[in-house]
Design a protein around this ligand. Sequence first.
Ligand SMILES: *Cc1c(COP(=O)(O)O)cnc(C)c1O
Length: 490
Amino acid sequence: MDTAYYTAAGPEQRASLLCAPKHRVAAGGRTRSPSFAARASLKSSGARASIPKQWYNLVADLPVKPPPQLHPQTHQPLVPSDLSPLFPDELIRQELTEERFVDIPEEVIDVYELWRPTPLIRAKRLEKLLGTPAKIYYKYEGTSPAGSHKANTAVPQAWYNAAAGVRSVVTETGAGQWGSALSFASSLFGLNCEVWQVRASFDQKPYRRLMMETWGATVHPSPSEATAAGRAILAADPSSPGSLGMAISEAVEVAATSADTKYCLGSVLNHVLLHQTVIGEECLEQLAALGEAPPDVVIGCTGGGSNFGGLAFPFIREKLAGRMSPEFRAVEPAACPTLTKGVYAYDFGDTAGLTPLMKMHTLGHGFVPDPIHAGGLRYHGMAPLISHVYELGFMEAIAIQQTECFQAALQFARTEGIIPAPEPTHAIAAAIREALECKKTGEEKIILMAMCGHGHFDLASYEMYLRGDMVDLSHPAEKLEASLAAVPKI
Ligand SMILES: *Cc1c(COP(=O)(O)O)cnc(C)c1O
């Protein structure tokens, strides 16, 4: 094996990969210079210290607080009891709190230790391929058991529900990542888990479903006959491919009508973004331990906004405090351009209008995005907190077509080895654009990117791209106009 490596890379190159001290990453990050054994012991002794003890709530530091969520019928600001049918008390408290830090329970840290701290890796071989003077770092969340950052919030959500005596949790899943993460977390705490998986993904990704079933969950395709919301959609369109908005309606309906069942959401909500800040907190520590300067630009893909917010929010705190000045760039699919083409308005989080009204960037709760490969980015809305931060001018957003994203994914896979999920290919494509811009200007920027999951269950999408069958999709203007017209007037 070693010989093959030498032949492929050349001994000098290999030596430089192993030894260059400035490429070393702090405990828990990827460390290349110590031997493997030393690395393993470093991880077991140092890892715990690097898992944050608290989640960070950006709301505490914002100069203007985000607008309140509203009751779906009365349009009055939500009070905690409005959310009681859906969530346990502690998660409701976290959803509404303005306190700066929230302690992470010991039991949750114990589970985080299965894969946290996650590696912060410098994409040296990708930099070389691009010929850029920029440094590209990626924080890789694909090491969790379910393969993405979603486990960072699935574990505390399952834990708080179990601690409150809840027996079952229900949820939706688009690409299958969130459903897998919650199935995994539920299995650890003895909760039943029921998942509505968007029909298009249920049909395309049988292995995601089997993963959920292996962890003990029950999976329904959505829309389903099991709920009133699902039956109404099927009556109007028996061959509906489903959408996240529809699947949320089904799961919320079941939670709201069963006593011992609560609902979990994998993105969008404040408490979800709060839990994801473990990513950014760890990353700040890892960059400092490396002796690396703060990033010039922080990039992440956005579906509902949780992996981007999780990485970016601690860095936004540092910027607001005057300690660094990165730019923040969200990347969305051209076929579901919520931040770049949506309106900022109160809208429902689901198709049937069962959720609270949230002020957010939205394409309209009835918008059914084309079935692009990045299923996790097919959501009509955007986290209210991300939308608010965007309105305040603290971040920017761009939209990229899927073929450019998959081209970037192949460059990444062939240099860094990791096969990305279709969602973070958007972040990779944007990081490559930035690195190529640096090549023109000669700027040695530090680019930090959220690499939120692996694509081992998404190889059918890679097959389409490799065969040359993948096409770019864009949202027809009439379809968008119609769904925007249905946004409630508040
Ligand atoms: C769910 C998911 C997304 C989109 O959700 P965000 O809340 O925007 O992070 C992106 N990437 C992966 C791998 C996902 O599982």
